[in-house]
Design a protein around this ligand. Structure first.
Ligand code: CMC
Length: 427
């Protein structure tokens, strides 16, 4: 019977080294090369980690060829359709969906932890009026570490879950405060009568006193369809295995820094437009294109090898067939169009881009499909959420994933400080 090992031969010296193959429960297995440098004196070279597994994990599984995404083994389509974001948070942290009673307790705990220490609220005053909410968010999460400076014992489940619940709960408040600070308008405190997603929309939109906009016929209210759409967006962002920002969170965890500092570093990494910042860039790009008749010219620009213009919201390192999150959101976008009677110029431009790109050989041959950010940008615009809040909304959804990955890293006895090597070509 064939051995589950791989032999690597250095053709210059003729020396061979044998390595174990470790089998995954789903997806590619790995070659365990941990002793490779000690054996051969050589490093492996893999910029961007395109073929390198850096950890074992049981949280999220992606099959990029099949367009499959699962949290704790459950398909994203099932979670988006049948479960709330609160249930998804419980699932990621506890490895199973909650019972009815557990969900009530979890939801209540998250509601009660949403308030910010008065001292932390003073930090927001330090930022200029037009500060991007991502800058304020990242700084405030680092500051949060100083308010909860206790050592988290990773063998004490109650202690690390409390730490996780607190950050999940406070992130929407910090994001909403960061936004209101950028407008120079008073903060709206969280309301324990409201669920996670409705509370966040209210903290962003309400007038002082927590009341919504007043018409001749009474107060506006947050629509169910808005809560449903945003809750689904949070679920779709909740985790995405070892992406750039999660790798940063694990990297910071590996140095022993405070978990909230690791989350703050993840926020900074997510901000870039190749990652979570893309949703904001999608809208900036659609607005820049301006009208449906200009779409073809921009598609030509995106295809030109001498032009570094890229279609924002297209392409993915892992998904090479379609992004399953984008499929769910496209359906949601169509529902919103019907329910809210929306068909804006932006939506028409987006539809035209999608139509051309999906039938153009440049995009087909490179497996470039609309990704999650293409549709979140359009849906959040339809929900009248300000563009500067798109990436903070990604942060709100992803915080549970980051903190779950932090816990997994800490519990893994094989974890080591992240310390890559290099191919030195200098003097
Ligand atoms: N528009 C036009 N051409 C593209 C695009 C695009 N959006 N994305 C990739 N390409 C081309 C690229 O020029 C290259 O062509 P060639 O082989 O001729 O040199 C080929 O496709 C492969 O691109 P790559 O940069 O090697 O692919 P990557 O896996 O390193 O990058 C990516 C993935 C997401 C950074 C990239 O597709 C991109 O910049 N997309 C736009 C930004 C975006 O939408 N980001 C959000 C990603 S999803 C949310 C998240 O998980 O963060």
């Amino acid at each position: 019977m064939a051995k589950d090992t791989m032999t690597l031969t250095n053709n210059a010296t003729g020396e061979s080294y044998e390595y174990d193959i470790l089998h995954a429960t789903r997806g590619p297995s790995v070659v365990d090369i941990r002793t490779f440098f000690a054996d051969s004196g050589l490093f492996t070279y893999d910029p961007g980690f395109t073929a390198t597994a850096a950890c074992e994990s049981t949280i999220t599984f992606i099959d990029g060829k099949k367009g499959e995404l699962r949290y704790r083994g459950i398909a994203i389509e099932d979670l988006a359709k049948h479960h709330s974001y609160m249930e998804v948070c419980f699932l990621l942290l506890n490895k199973r969906l909650p019972s009815k009673d557990e969900l009530v307790d979890f939801d209540l705990e998250i509601r009660h932890r949403a308030f910010l220490h008065r001292g932390l609220q003073k930090l927001f005053d330090a930022f200029p009026d037009d500060a991007h909410p991502m800058a304020t968010l990242s700084a405030a999460v680092t500051a949060l570490a100083s308010f909860y400076d206790e050592h988290v014992d990773i063998d004490d489940e109650a202690a690390y879950l409390e730490m996780a619940h607190r950050i999940i709960s406070k992130i929407p408040t910090i994001a909403a405060f960061a936004y209101r600070q950028s407008l120079g308008i008073p903060f709206i405190e969280p309301d324990i009568n409201l669920g996670f997603t409705e509370n966040f929309i209210t903290m962003m939109r309400a007038y002082p006193g927590g009341k919504m906009h007043l018409n001749a016929t009474g107060h506006d209210h947050v629509k169910d369809v808005e809560v449903r759409a945003l809750d689904t967006i949070f679920t779709l962002h909740a985790d995405h295995e070892q992406n750039a920002s999660t790798a940063v969170v694990r990297g910071v965890a590996s140095t022993g820094a405070h978990p909230y500092v690791a989350i703050s570093s993840g926020i900074a990494a997510l901000w870039g437009r190749a990652h979570g910042g893309a949703n904001e860039s999608v809208i900036a790009q659609l607005e820049f294109i301006g009208s449906v008749d200009k779409v073809e010219a921009f598609i030509e620009k995106a295809k030109d090898p001498d032009d570094d213009f890229r279609l924002m919201g297209f392409g993915h390192r892992v998904y090479k067939n379609f992004d399953p999150r984008a499929k769910i959101l496209k359906k949601l976008q169509d529902e919103l169009r019907d329910e809210l009677g929306l068909d804006t110029e932006l939506m028409k431009i987006a539809r035209k881009i999608e139509e051309i790109a999906l039938s153009d050989d440049y995009f087909i041959s490179r497996n470039l499909y609309p990704n999650i950010d293409f549709y979140t940008g359009i849906i959040l615009t339809a929900l009248k959420i300000p563009t500067s809040m798109f990436t903070p909304i990604f942060v709100i959804g992803r915080t549970v994933g980051w903190i779950t990955q932090w816990i997994e890293f800490k519990k893994d006895e094989t974890s080591k400080i992240a310390r890559p090597r290099q191919l030195y070509l200098g003097e």
